[in-house]
Design a protein around this ligand. Structure first.
Ligand code: GLN
Length: 487
């Protein structure tokens, strides 16, 4: 078995038992990146020297038996919208192609404190806007299961890196599905934590009321281990929730007896691919056989989730991205007549098509005369979607459905039609709109051999139930996420 095939849990155990060294493991990953990154395009920046230096110092600490953290010595990749001190952080945009943050995001500080090795920065859709990774200013990422297909987005580099064993785990960000949908397209596990559970300090903002950082891992146990490191209160993020955070590994139990699982009827209608539907219903049956109680529920406002999401997220993005003006940091146009021309040229040249589309949409929705008709209305819909879930959770403990209506599509298939691309987020955006938590985990393959993901949606701060339900399914069916994607 290759060292890069080990999950974080197993590799960390072997490190502690001295069966493998941190340097050996890091080198194995760096070699694999060297071999495969040209094909997959998962990394924008590889921190080879830093990773080796860090692994030597972690190995030294381990030798002295100092602070042996559960993930000590595990190499990880980070989505390139998470700030890393003195390491280029581009958001896959020309606008930030020269940006070296002067500080670390809180999650990075936590990973470093826990002796996780940082391998590099992962490709994504520009400013996390997209569902296919085709919006990267760098290269589009290829799906490791079929290089002609997209890995999903916007954390496509993160999911592809974990699936192709170029990183043991990764951190992504999810504003409307960007952790879960690529995890589902690449056959790995992705958790979008409850809004406020993981600090956003140092996450480059897309839509601040929706963004959340979370883990992409090979299996459910690794997901719990990473959550133990990154979740928690952070005074540097005013939306971070100050409460007791559990030890997420305590939920890794093969037991769903009596757990009430809801199947929203709106999630199984037209638009959902037959093969995906079949696998999700199989999973529901499997849960029933493990002792869970399956119930049909209704989330009647689901049909308004996509329009509400695209108005709210674009409105917030238009405001957040106003800071990129060529003055303070980032890209600046070379030639310009005056300050207005500098702004115009910088933003025209620095941003890609999709980012410009969102800025225009958001500016329009916020402009006087249209604010009430669009933005305010979208906020009302947001409340109604939240209430849909509140009502559902009076009946059930957790909600089961597909992560995406389809499996990985071909590169170029949806680029000409942004609306069709937006529709592929139908099952994921409501979770961010309502501030809930959700996990995507592999539940089989379609006839083309592409991974299918199922999504479990939990109450706010009830990641524990998601982990327990996901762990139960995984323990009984085997880990298709660690399956070799053949690359
Ligand atoms: N696909 C969605 C979008 O394009 C979600 C993005 C995300 O979660 N960052 O906005």
């Amino acid at each position: 078995m290759e060292l890069t095939e080990l999950t974080a849990l197993t590799a960390a155990e072997k490190i502690r038992k001295r069966e493998i060294s941190v340097i050996e493991l890091t080198n194995a990953y760096l070699n694999r990146i060297d071999k495969l990154n040209g094909k997959v395009g998962a990394y924008i920046t590889v921190c080879e020297k830093q990773a080796l230096r860090q692994s030597e110092s972690v190995q030294k600490k381990l030798n002295c038996k100092e602070n042996v953290f559960p993930l000590a010595g595990i190499p990880a990749g980070l989505k390139d919208n998470i700030c890393t001190k003195d390491v280029k952080t581009t958001c896959a945009s020309r606008m930030l192609s020269n940006f070296f943050p002067p500080y670390d995001a809180t999650v990075i500080e936590k990973l470093s404190e826990h002796d996780v090795i940082i391998l590099g920065k992962l490709n994504m859709d520009e400013f996390a806007m997209g569902s296919s990774n085709e919006n990267s200013w760098y290269t589009p990422v290829k799906n490791p299961w079929d290089p002609e297909r997209v890995p999903g987005g916007s954390s496509g580099g993160a999911a592809a890196a974990v699936a192709s064993h170029m990183s043991c785990f990764a951190l992504g960000s999810d504003t409307g599905g960007s952790i879960r949908q690529p995890a589902s397209f690449c056959g790995v596990v992705g958790l979008k934590p409850t809004y406020g559970a993981v600090s956003r300090y140092g996450l480059i903002a897309f839509a601040s009321s929706l963004d959340q950082i979370g883990p992409i891992t090979r299996d459910v146990a690794d997901c719990a281990l990473v959550m133990n490191v990154i979740a928690g209160y952070d005074p540097l993020d005013s939306t971070s929730v100050d409460m007791e955070y559990p030890d997420y590994t305590t939920f890794l139990k093969n037991d769903v007896k009596g757990l009430k699982i809801g199947l929203p009827k709106e999630y199984f209608g037209s638009g959902l691919h037959e093969e995906v539907k079949e696998k999700i219903l199989d999973a529901a049956k499997a849960y029933e056989s493990y002792g869970a109680i399956i119930e049909e529920i209704s989330l009647p406002f689901t049909e308004y989730a996509i329009p509400a999401y695209y108005i709210i997220s674009s409105a917030e993005a238009s405001s957040n991205l106003a800071r990129y003006d060529g003055i303070k940091y980032g890209y600046r146009a070379q030639e310009y007549a005056d300050i207005i021309d500098l702004y115009k040229k910088t933003r025209s040249e620095g941003f890609g098509t999709e980012v410009k589309r969102r800025i225009m949409l958001g500016t329009y929705a916020l402009s006087s005369g249209y604010y009430d008709a669009y933005y305010k209305k979208a906020l009302k819909v947001r409340r109604l979607i939240f209430e849909d879930f509140q009502k559902a959770y009076q009946k059930v403990d957790v909600i089961l459905g597909p992560t995406s209506p389809v499996t990985a599509f071909k590169i170029g298939e949806k680029t000409a039609n942004p609306l069709e691309m937006y529709l592929s987020d139908i099952y994921t955006v409501s979770v961010n709109i309502a501030g809930l938590c959700a996990i995507s985990l592999p539940c089989g393959f379609d006839t083309k051999g592409l991974p299918i993901g199922m999504q479990l949606i939990g109450k706010p701060f009830d990641e524990g139930t998601l982990l327990r339900a996901a762990y139960t399914y995984e323990s009984n069916t085997g880990k298709s996420g660690v399956a070799n994607c053949g690359i």
